[in-house]
Write a protein of this length. Structure first.
Lengths: 250, 226, 230
């Protein structure tokens, strides 16, 4: 998951969060450019796994919720400035972010996994990656992984968007793409992804995704955690999960 | 300001700067070569000969370089026929795509500069050439073009500086030239101000060096004399 | 050309592109005027500031200026706020950052155009206005600017055409203008050529419209001046 813009977040560490949010109405921030987790359709409507989870939590807490979209780089500052009360946008729980915001328990676990053409004998073993041309999105854990592990032995190409990496994989410019497993999964289901498949096991499998709230909103964090536990227990979570993936992503 | 992070990443940035210079030099030269036939055809008295270059120049000057770059890099690969063609080994390479797009782009601008310069060659000199018994082509080659090149040189040097600035867009198609390198370093260090400023200084140094080269060239060609 | 239902989105992007272009034009004209006045000033420090501004901005890629403003400005502003004792975070959104960055670039080139134009106004006109008892502000607005404007217009017009195309750079920081909307459509349809070509044609249309508008403006500004054909 993406790590961009820790910087404003750090600038915020001493920020101006205060007071608890209104009990009956919550504003939820998301990005809207990260299918299938959060995306905007051609009519401008926001949907996706994150949004469904957010709505389920709101129903569980018996509050009405508005979904607000915000670009990724400005999403933590906007939370602290109270543009909204919580971020449900597939955000990785990281130590750097914890300096600026507080996280709930995780609501899914991301994994990083390679995809490559079905016809190729691609393998994610470090030795086998030597000399390959590999792509990932810039400023993501995947990009960092590639640079750290094979930056010297393979050609690493970093893209502004995940989509452009897929376009190049489909065009045959890349031997493989490293990305978030579930986002890759979504692309493999599309027409463009037909000739490609996952290769090997995930290279990293413990990227916890949580909901961010302002540090001082501990009450809200508790309520979200309780609601999360409740929808996990009563089957709502499973239903939403099944709508997007035929396997558990918790 | 954290100067340590600049020093630490300077070798990477210099590598990027080298690629930037490479892109600018090659695309400016290729653009110049393309621009000559374009400008000559554009000045032709025959309308059917003028139409092609006119449309070419109109398209490349009327649309953003970023769109042109994406059309060549991502757009062309939409077609199976392109990927199956003999051009694919070149078009699949980001370096070539950047170079080709930049050359096509700058050629449109240089062609207009050359056209202006060709038209600025004094009529009397051409008539003098004709009266010496030179044919149309000979007069073009020996009188008009050399004169036009000298007249166009200052404007061409401006165009090369614009290409230096345009080359930053190559970072959007994965090339690690100066801007691309800076962005990649920032994704790790979270020090945008330091790294971008360092990159900015390198760009200023490159453009200063280019200006000096053109000043020498202008002196050699005696632009000041006319 | 089949746009798969993304026509409305491209239209919305085009509108945002236009908003961005005109907002940047406003900022850029103000900066250009300030730069021109600084460069023609009798104050050496002002002249130095003016030429540093134009040299630096004109030698650095527009994309770098955009990225620096977007990623750097909030950091700087927050530090400035801390210096004066305000504990706040200043957020710069993509539109604001884009407007500032494109305005900065436009302003640097406009400085040269406006400086040249200001110098074409005969000094005698200013002296005559002074003799009539007009204040310096009034002289600038009623005597100098109307004449300089006519001279500057073609140059500023060319800069606006460049600005219009440079708005595409703001897509890199996520503003959903025409270029970004096209990229979103590409991610849904996997047809990059179709949508980038559609974007190119729209930019061409905007360029033609802008050129037409500029020709009208130039004609208007030239009222009262002798025409060569007359």
């Amino acid at each position: 998951m993406r790590l961009t813009k820790i910087l404003p977040a750090l600038a915020l560490a001493l920020g101006l969060a205060s007071g608890a949010s209104a009990a009956d109405k919550l504003k939820i921030g998301t990005e809207g450019a990260y299918p299938p987790f959060n995306m905007i359709d051609e009519k401008g409507k926001v949907g996706g796994f994150d949004v469904d989870i957010a709505m389920a939590l709101c129903a569980e807490m018996k509050v009405t919720c508005d979904i607000v979209t915000q670009d990724w780089d400005g999403i933590i500052p906007a939370l602290v400035q109270k543009k909204f009360d919580a971020i449900v946008a597939s955000m990785s729980i990281t130590d750097e972010r914890k300096k600026a915001v507080a996280f709930t328990d995780h609501y899914y676990t991301n994994k990083l996994q390679f995809i490559a053409p079905k016809a190729s004998s691609f393998s994610p073993a470090l030795d086998a990656l030597k000399g390959k041309v590999l792509g990932a999105q810039r400023a993501t854990i995947s990009g960092t992984w590639l640079e750290d592990k094979v930056g010297k032995t393979a050609t690493v190409k970093l893209y502004d968007t995940q989509e452009n990496a897929y376009l190049d994989l489909a065009a045959g410019r890349l031997d493989g793409v490293l990305g978030d497993k579930f986002v890759n999964y979504e692309w493999l289901k599309s027409d463009a992804g037909k000739a490609f498949e996952f290769k090997g096991e995930p290279v990293f499998d413990d990227d916890k995704i949580g909901i961010a709230v302002r540090k001082k909103d501990d009450k809200l964090r508790q309520r979200l955690n309780d609601a999360l536990a409740a929808i996990r227990a009563n089957g709502t979570y499973e239903k939403i999960n099944a709508k997007y993936f035929p396997f558990s992503i918790y | 300001m954290n100067f340590e992070v600049i020093v630490e990443n300077l070798p990477k940035l210099l590598d990027g700067a080298l690629l930037t210079v490479e892109l600018v030099v090659f695309s400016s030269l290729a653009g110049l070569a393309l621009a000559f036939p374009l400008a000559l055809a554009r000045c032709s008295p025959r309308p059917w000969l003028r139409a092609g270059p006119w449309a070419y120049i109109f398209f490349f000057r009327g649309t953003p370089l970023l769109v042109q770059l994406f059309l060549v890099y991502y757009g062309l690969s939409q077609f199976e026929a392109v990927r199956a063609s003999i051009f694919w080994p070149i078009l699949r390479d980001a370096w070539w795509c950047a170079l080709i797009t930049m050359a096509l782009h700058t050629a449109a601008y240089i062609a207009e500069i050359l056209r202006g310069a060709i038209q600025a060659v004094p009529r009397g000199e051409i008539e003098a050439a004709h009266s010496l018994g030179m044919g149309v082509w000979q007069a073009q080659r020996r009188i008009v073009l050399p004169r036009a090149v000298r007249i166009a040189l200052p404007a061409y040097s401006n165009e090369v500086i614009l290409m230096l600035k345009g080359s930053a867009l190559a970072s959007t198609i994965t090339l690690l030239e100066l801007t691309g390198t800076a962005r990649t370093v920032i994704a790790r260090t979270y020090m945008p101000i330091e790294i971008f400023l360092a990159a900015g200084v390198l760009y200023l140094l490159i453009s200063f060096a280019l200006v000096q080269v053109f000043r020498l060239l202008e002196r050699r060609l005696g632009t000041y004399a006319c | 050309m089949n746009l798969h239902g993304f026509g409305d989105q491209l239209l919305a992007g085009t509108l945002l592109t236009l908003q961005l272009a005109f907002a940047s034009l406003g900022v850029g004209l103000a900066l250009g005027m300030a730069g021109a006045l600084a460069k023609t000033s009798r104050n050496a420090a002002a002249r130095w500031a003016g030429s540093t501004y134009t040299t630096v901005v004109r030698g650095v890629p527009e994309l770098l200026v955009v990225l620096l403003v977007y990623f750097g400005a909030s950091q700087v502003l927050t530090m400035l706020a801390e210096l004066v004792g305000i504990d706040a975070y200043v957020e710069i959104d993509a539109f604001t950052a884009g407007t500032i960055a494109l305005g900065l670039t436009f302003g640097a080139y406009a400085t040269e155009v406006l400086r040249g134009a200001l110098q074409t106004v005969p000094h005698g006109h200013v002296e005559a206005a002074q003799a009539l008892g007009m204040g310096s502000g009034r002289i600038f607005i009623r005597i100098v600017m109307p004449q300089a404007w006519r001279v500057a217009l073609p140059g500023l017009g060319n800069l606006f055409l460049v600005l219009l195309k440079d708005t595409a750079l703001i897509s890199v920081i996520g503003l959903e203008e025409l270029m970004r909307k096209s990229a979103i459509a590409v991610s849904h349809t996997k047809e990059p050529f179709t949508f980038y070509m559609a974007a190119a044609l729209i930019y061409l249309g905007l360029t033609v419209a802008a050129m037409t508008g500029l020709a009208l403006l130039e004609k208007r500004a030239a009222r009262g001046f002798a025409r060569r054909t007359a």
